[in-house]
Write a protein that binds this ligand. Structure first.
Ligand SMILES: [Ca+2]
Ligand SMILES: [Ca+2]
Ligand SMILES: [Ca+2]
Length: 586
């Protein structure tokens, strides 16, 4: 029988008092009594010679060997991502075990700070550490080994931490304004503490267009240090580092960059997110406008929190593409490789494109209504083809699925909808364009799902073009029943439609395209396109001309799931189960 020690009882009592005094604490496992401790953590795997992968060092703080088979390391209490120590693993007395954590099934440690938990093989928590931002030259370590004294120090993977000199801590690095113009001085700030001894020097080292400049000594108010880099001409590229040294001989460096933009007002309205590829790991910007756009200070913000990319000195010419690969990626043809990581083909994902004054220019939002970062079905890295999310056509279409096209034009027509729901829980992906009739002059929408869907602010565009030709907008009271139809005719169109407000021009003779788009242009729901092979010209005459007998509609056969074919018109009722023929294109 397991003995409950006096120490354990005190811990239980203390935990009870704490939970009475505070708000609901996170649910933690029960506490075990293994002598193994998390001795050191390194969160910048791949960014230095101290580790290609994030790691955690365990230390056996006892005089007996300990079998750690089945011990578990994780960084979130949900334990979805975890490392299980393999069987037959023992740590000798006062010895170390280095465990790489950012491997298959494991978890990464945040370079901006994170937590690590250690459980024994009985599921009892034996240690937990929390650390803040670390540079690639730093680890967070118990020093001396196994003690309760933590230092930020030079990493010592798999060997004793004793004797390593503590480095100064530099956090909250910022420069203000974030995207300076040629009229603005820039203030660099950081929170700096000695780590050990006292701070002997805190300065800014900086380069102007890679030419080293005179160091600037930082002044401080308590732990907050600041220095001013004077204004520079537009287009200047500034790289700066805060370098802090303590009396124990430890030094830390944290770096930032910015590009000076022109104070002249710039028209950013042509700039859009054009394509996001979670497999090729790139984001493509496009200038759909008619004037060139400097990218200095333009940002991409991922999942409403982290700045993923900040534009430098490049200018994006009208009608051109600019592609950013995430860091460490094999360049697929991108213009630069400086974006942060984490473009996912699987997860709820949001990217906002912002001008230097933080105004939103464009947004991509793949969401099933759950939290950002949760898995969305389908995941496009596990399927063939591995789709990108792309505006089809470039710049003006809503986002749909498309073959990746890094730094070149997107397909004219998407291969399918992004089968998610634009940040809402409404399943717009259950809607389809079901029938297009150039003679009866109507477009029929069908709900292939099992719940009614509001069509408020759902839109239909005809022959999508730079003019973004809006054909219809759903009214506030319009709902389509589960399994039902909703038909919009143009004035004078077929009897039996729900409304006669379509904007004209449905042709049985010409190439024609209709896009069904979710509110706020958040996703392309469906596209009907009668186009000529290898010719994306819309409004060109086609042969045959279905304005003469037989006067076919273009219908999905069967409803909702079939491909478009020729069919006898069926306004606001079920389409034939099979089509009368293919839609011929030239
Ligand atoms: Ca160590
Ligand atoms: Ca493209
Ligand atoms: Ca029909």
């Amino acid at each position: 029988m397991k003995k409950i020690s006096y120490f354990t009882l005190i811990c239980l009592f203390a935990a009870t008092v704490t939970s009475c005094l505070k708000d609901e604490p996170p649910v933690l496992p029960e506490t075990g009594d293994s002598p193994v401790k998390i001795n050191e953590a390194y969160s910048n795997g791949g960014r230095s010679t101290y580790g290609a992968i994030d790691w955690v060092e365990l230390y056996n703080d006892s005089d007996e060997a300990v079998d750690v088979s089945g011990y578990i390391l994780y960084d979130k209490v949900d334990k979805i991502a975890k490392i299980i120590v393999t069987s037959n693993t023992t740590i000798a007395a006062r010895a170390f075990l280095l465990v790489e954590v950012d491997v298959t099934g494991g978890f990464g440690l945040g370079s901006g700070g994170d937590m690590v938990y250690l459980e024994d093989s009985n599921g009892l928590l034996v240690d937990r550490i929390e650390f803040g931002a670390l540079t690639p030259e730093q680890s967070y370590a118990r020093n001396p080994d196994g003690s309760d004294v933590f230092k930020i120090q030079t990493p010592t993977p798999g060997v004793s931490n004793n004797g390593a000199v503590a480095q100064p801590s530099i956090t909250d690095l910022a420069h203000t304004p974030a995207s300076p113009t040629n009229d603005e001085d820039v203030i660099v700030t950081a929170t700096v503490t000695a780590g050990e001894g006292t701070l002997t020097s805190v300065k800014v080292q900086w380069t102007l267009n890679t030419t080293p400049q005179t160091d600037i000594t930082m002044t401080n108010a308590a732990d907050v240090y600041s220095a001013t880099i004077v204004k520079q001409v537009a287009g200047s590229a500034i790289a700066y580092s805060v370098v802090a040294t303590n009396s124990a001989g430890g030094t830390s460096t944290v770096s930032g960059t910015y590009t000076v933009r022109d104070a002249t007002v710039i028209d950013y309205t042509g700039l859009v997110i054009n394509e996001i590829d979670g497999n090729g790991k790139f984001i493509e910007l496009y200038n759909k406008g008619t004037v060139d756009i400097p990218l200095a200070g333009v940002t991409l913000v991922k999942n409403e929190s982290a700045t993923w990319w900040t534009g430098g000195a490049a200018t994006l010419a009208a009608g051109e593409y600019y592609t950013i690969s995430q860091s460490g990626q094999t360049d697929p043809g991108a213009d630069e490789t400086t974006g942060a990581s984490g473009i996912s083909p699987k997860q709820n994902l949001k990217f906002q494109l912002k001008d230097p004054d933080d105004n939103e220019l464009d947004v991509f939002f793949r969401s099933n209504g759950e939290a950002l970062g949760t898995i969305v079905i389908p995941a496009y890295d596990a399927t063939t083809p591995k789709y990108a999310f792309a505006r089809c056509p470039d710049g003006i279409g809503a986002f749909g699925l498309a073959e990746p096209s890094c730094d070149i034009a997107n397909p004219f027509v998407p291969a399918g909808a992004i089968a998610t729901d634009g940040g809402t829980t409404v399943k717009y992906s259950d809607l389809v364009i079901n029938e297009v009739d150039g003679n009866g002059k109507f477009v029929e929408i069908h709900n292939k799902g099992t719940v009614p869907i509001s069509l408020e602010n759902v839109t239909i565009y005809k022959n999508i073009s730079l003019a973004n030709t809006l054909w219809w907008t759903g009214g506030s009271t319009v709902t389509i029943a589960a399994g039902g139809f909703y038909t919009i005719a143009q004035s004078g169109g077929a009897a039996g439609a729900d409304e006669y407000t379509g904007n004209g021009g449905i042709s049985p003779k010409k190439t024609v395209r209709f896009d069904l788009i979710a509110p706020d242009a958040s996703m392309s729901i469906d596209v009907f396109a009668r186009v000529k092979a290898d010719d994306n010209t819309l409004d060109a005459n086609c042969t045959p001309d279905y304005g003469s007998a037989p006067q076919y509609s273009f219908s999905r056969c069967p409803d909702g799931t079939g491909t478009f074919g020729l069919a006898a018109p069926s306004c606001n009722s079920a389409n034939p189960a099979t089509s009368a023929g293919a839609i011929e294109t030239n």
